[in-house]
Design a protein around this ligand. Structure first.
Ligand code: PMP
Length: 345
């Protein structure tokens, strides 16, 4: 996206007041900027209503708590500020970005800083192209719960995914698919991953992946429609053998994956079905068609967040590289016209 987000018309909610867009600044010496001491949220509004606002604000507060600080506003105050800024923007389809960061009270590493908080509301339609995206397998891994606060949307967790996405884009892909430290599939850089294999919908465990709100909605849609679904350790082999692959998230919604490395996929029937159910759910005027409108409890989503991985030789990086090469050869062989079989003497 080529827009300068620091120069727009309108207002931003900053520490409790509405300020001019260009005046919503933080000092260069903030802990947030220097040591990634910040957390953020991404919320979409459809038809003027923020979808799952309470869950996002609860995650915002949890993200800060996991990083050792407290958002200086209650959940009710944050929700009301999001609604105010949405209304003020005049947008009905919008992306709301709350962000909180440790201030510049101290330069040495410390928790003891004033926490600032801002909320911006932007026009944002599609995160990804809609005809299916391509994913490169990133060379960096996502850290698990022994190495990071995986369930916090802290800036600290986005440095390597941002690099992975840039490298993927330079190589001609749309995004990167990241493995976890044990070699299982974690997620894309800012969205969760699903695959469909022989009618079963599968997604990775939220061990090194964020337990996304959209991910939980999709699992819920599957359960309501008796579509078999699993949260499990996913291997790269399963991704290559899948019939359909898609990513999901508040910004990404449900986006089909058209290619992972050399393997191509069609946007299949389950991806299309789940996508249309999800898009009915998020729009207040369509919600009755999906038969569900009540909010999920974010705390309940986290009950699934556990580390159930153990090291598996089949996901060893060297074996995985070999599998990639084998798979490429298999694809090339499948594309070649069949050679006549040699007759046995
Ligand atoms: N994983 C990561 C790393 C993300 O940043 C996001 C976007 N918040 C997701 C998954 C999807 O989460 P959600 O559906 O809650 O937006």
């Amino acid at each position: 996206m080529n827009t300068d987000f620091s120069q727009k018309d309108g207002k931003i909610w900053l520490d409790g007041v509405l300020v001019e867009w260009a005046d919503a600044r933080a000092h260069v010496l903030t802990q947030g900027l220097n040591y990634a001491g910040s957390v953020f949220e991404g919320i979409r509004a459809y038809e003027g209503e923020a979808f799952r606002l309470a869950d996002h604000i609860q995650r915002f507060q949890t993200s800060a708590a996991l990083m050792g600080f407290k958002i200086p506003y209650s959940a009710e105050e944050m929700e009301s500020a999001c609604k105010t800024i949405l209304k003020h923007s005049g947008l009905s389809e919008a992306y709301i970005r709350p962000v909180a960061w440790r201030g510049a009270d101290r330069l040495e590493l410390s928790q003891e800083c004033r926490v600032h908080c801002a909320i911006a509301c932007l026009e944002w339609t599609s995160y990804f192209r809609e005809d299916g995206i391509s994913l490169q397998i990133a060379k960096y891994r996502k850290p698990g719960p022994r190495f990071a606060q995986v369930q916090s949307k802290t800036a600290a967790n986005y440095a390597m995914p941002a690099l992975a996405k840039s490298e993927a884009e330079k190589a001609g892909y749309d995004d990167a698919l990241m493995l976890d430290d044990a070699g299982y599939i974690a997620e894309a850089t800012a969205s969760n991953i699903f695959l469909v294999q022989r009618g079963i919908v599968k997604t990775s465990l939220p061990a090194a992946a964020l337990a996304g709100i959209t991910r939980a909605e999709i699992l819920d849609i599957c359960r309501r429609h008796d579509i078999p679904c699993e949260e499990t350790n996913l291997t790269i082999k399963e991704v290559f053998e899948a019939d359909e692959v898609f990513v999901c998230g508040t910004a990404a919604e449900i986006t089909a994956v058209a290619r992972v490395e050399t393997k191509s996929y069609k946007c299949g029937p389950l991806t299309n079905f789940l996508r249309s159910e999800y898009l009915n759910l998020v729009r207040p005027s369509q919600r009755s068609k999906s038969g569900k409108g009540e909010s999920l409890k974010y705390a309940e989503l986290l009950t699934h967040s556990r580390d159930e991985r153990s090291y598996d030789i089949a996901t060893d990086p060297l074996i995985h590289e070999a599998w990639l090469r084998t798979r490429n050869k298999m694809d090339e062989a499948a594309d070649e016209p069949a050679k006549p079989q040699a007759k046995r003497a």
